[in-house]
Design a protein. Sequence first.
Length: 146
Amino acid sequence: MRRIRFKARSLKTGAMVEGYYAHQHLANFDADGQHINSYDEQDAIYNDEPGNRNGSYWVNIDPETLCQQTSMDDMFYNPIWEHDKVRLYSRRDSRYVKCDPHHEEVCEVVFLQTCYAVQFDDGRNMPMNMARQKYDMQVIGNIFDL
């Protein structure tokens, strides 16, 4: 079974953190601790990267910057995440390329309906599996980093 990983911008440090995502409802009790006054909603990532000094911990994140890993890699074996900017290079040996064999485009990886797709600047979409057959992909950044 594949691990479903996420990354997002930390509210505390502003850096992108990776791990497991959780949306939590935390109860606020009154002074005597008997009754719930309200609930706070909180988005967090359980950051279990090996570089952590104190082991695993929860990091509060900005939910607008949340990205899920697609479980696919680019041509240099870098993981591809949702909202990544990828450069598509036409393959010289591809039967799909009918014009310039050195053509390249920059697209965004998005989740549409039921699958990941690359979204071109002109609004066209192509499923990731089809794009990987037609093009060589290179991750050049994330839209939240650029």
